[in-house]
Write a protein that binds this ligand. Sequence first.
Ligand SMILES: Cc1ncc(COP(=O)(O)O)c(C=O)c1O
Length: 446
Amino acid sequence: MALQEGHQPHSFLRDAVSRPCASTLLTPSESAFVSLLSRVEFVKLATTYSKVNLGQGFPDFPAPEFLREALLRALSGGSPMLHQYTRAFGHPPLVKVLAQFFEKLLGRELDPMTNVMVTVGAYQALFCCFQALVDEGDEVIIIEPFFDCYEPMVKMAGGTPVFVPLRPNPPKDGKLMSSADWQLDPAELASKFNERTKAIVLNSPNNPLGKVFSRGELGLIAELCVKHDVLCISDEVYEWLVYDGKQHIRIASLQGMWERTVIIGSAGKTFSATGWKVGWVVGPDRLLQHLRTVHQNSVYHCATIAQEAVAQGFQRELTLYGKPESYFVQLPKELQQKRDWLVQSLDGVGMKPIIPEGTYFLVADISPFKSDVPDVPNSDEPYDSRFAKWMVKNKGLAAIPLSAFYSEAHKNNYTNFIRFCFAKEEATLKAASDILQKWKQEKTSS
Ligand SMILES: Cc1ncc(COP(=O)(O)O)c(C=O)c1O
């Protein structure tokens, strides 16, 4: 059901009694289970076999000093109350500074108490969104390839995921492909919207491709959302990681979108501290009130002390906004250099990279290395998945197959690609490059 103005976006409160009980919700369909399994499986393989792990998305360099210092201050010199419960929907200093920051970014006034909610990482923000906003029978449009939890989370809420692909359009001049060459077909996208569509999930900058949606692409999505009265769950966890002078445009700032968009962010990605698990949602109260119900009745709140340190990190960034000393300026600058280094190194061994415009991921074409990993005809497992497993076991290099970011039905659409994470120390990237170069030499001499 599309969302009508003034209509309750979700019947969570209304039919709490008739809603399936928790045990029913915990029986995800087989394909949702497969998707969760594949990620767990690759993390386990990386832990067991990898010498160099460019698989999972986390930095192996330290979180910035100012953030670590803020945590130490909160621990030792701060109020004893920082070790106790705080406000369920977000520690007041954190929601206040997030509201101030997003007022700047969105150009609108925000109420920290009703327009911002702090979550246990962006992951829990996503879970709250799907549980609160998606009803049984609702359709949710997901753009492929996608961060793998979207599909099972939609299904756990009783919704039906409807997939629409980004299609590659390789440059004809022999240049390396860019993530911008992966595009939506406007007619195909429009065909997915109907009266059952409740929401679309947008992830820009996109994991795994690193695509940063352009104003034109966002405008098209916004137009369809407004026309069909559809919500937008906008996962912007990589909002600061944008390269080559590109700009991250927030869909909530486009005409008619604020009232139907929830913006999701992550301190883990923003401050290179994924283990802290601090995330947030920014959006209109009429949507956030339903998220608060789910949050309050599930995790209640996120660790006070981590929220306090993140609040101080944002205070610093607010004062340094746009200045060269800002972490939000420095981090993308450093990551762009790492991206360029890995691009060169992969290109040098013939593993053609797709140059990402954002995030800290890079997808590369494994074709030249395929002869070492024979295809198994009629196997249900996508080729790239077998390749990535072989690579970690035999070469000690961990990456994630692109097929892990597709639905079960489309997992065999692109099976020549693997995803690397380049948020790594120089030594780690160099070690990965050495493995690939040695492998290439062995191939050439055999
Ligand atoms: C697109 C996307 N959204 C959400 C998350 C989860 O973020 P967090 O670690 O803050 O829970 C990730 C983590 O990799 C991600 O890539």
